[in-house]
Design a protein around this ligand. Structure first.
Ligand SMILES: [Zn+2]
Length: 201
């Protein structure tokens, strides 16, 4: 069966999303075709506003509302500016915030180092992190990159880069599923990993 171009276009676009194969993409597309105009319209609007309505915090690179320089966490006087939790993705911030057990601030790297995939420090928000620490006022940096090969490698690299800084350097405790993403860990596991964090030097 040859699909009309508008249908095929949506199937193709959805197929490019992580975790969605051509079959799921087709199923979703046909669901939208069958459903009320509201659903397709709401989805289209939400997609259009997704990029234009958001920006990155200029301090921690978490996502925030467009027009803001800092995210709510960085702007909050309640949050400890001396404690920085370094994560790979903004989704990890969400996971840690859900535990309600962390009162510091974050730094989102936007990925992990991967020599195999050619991702180096200049591709991530590494320089910005080092500058934040060098600016002073930071007592502890928690390296909360994923418990994967890339995450461990990134933590080791950052610890080396921060060698001459007088800050306390810690890594989340083991017990998180190895190879897994922080965002998939349940709240209790994350809380335990956070409270049992270990010195890196
Ligand atoms: Zn921020």
């Amino acid at each position: 069966m040859i699909l009309p171009e508008p249908v095929q276009n949506l199937v193709n676009a959805l197929s490019r999303l992580p975790g969605i194969g051509p079959k799921t993409a087709s199923r979703l597309t046909f669901h939208l075709l069958r459903s009320s105009d509201d659903l397709a319209g709401d989805l289209a609007n939400a997609l259009l506003n997704l990029k234009s309505g958001t920006t990155y915090c200029q301090t921690c690179f978490n996502i925030t509302v467009a027009g803001r320089v800092e995210c709510e966490i960085c702007a909050s006087p309640e949050r400890d500016a001396g404690l920085i939790c370094v994560v790979e993705e903004a989704l990890d911030v969400l996971a840690l915030e859900r535990t309600a057990g962390f009162q510091g601030r974050y730094h989102v790297l936007h990925g992990a180092l991967s020599p195999i995939e050619g991702i180096g420090p200049e591709d991530l928000k590494v320089r910005e992190l080092l500058e934040r620490v060098q600016a002073g006022g930071v007592q502890e940096v928690i390296l909360a990159t994923n418990p994967s090969m890339e995450g461990d490698y990134t933590a080791a690299y950052l610890s080396q880069q921060l060698q001459s800084s007088p800050v306390r350097l810690t890594r989340l405790a083991r017990g998180l599923p190895v190879g897994g993403d922080l965002e998939y860990a349940d709240q209790n596991t994350l809380l335990r990993a956070l409270s049992g964090r270990q010195e890196m030097r």
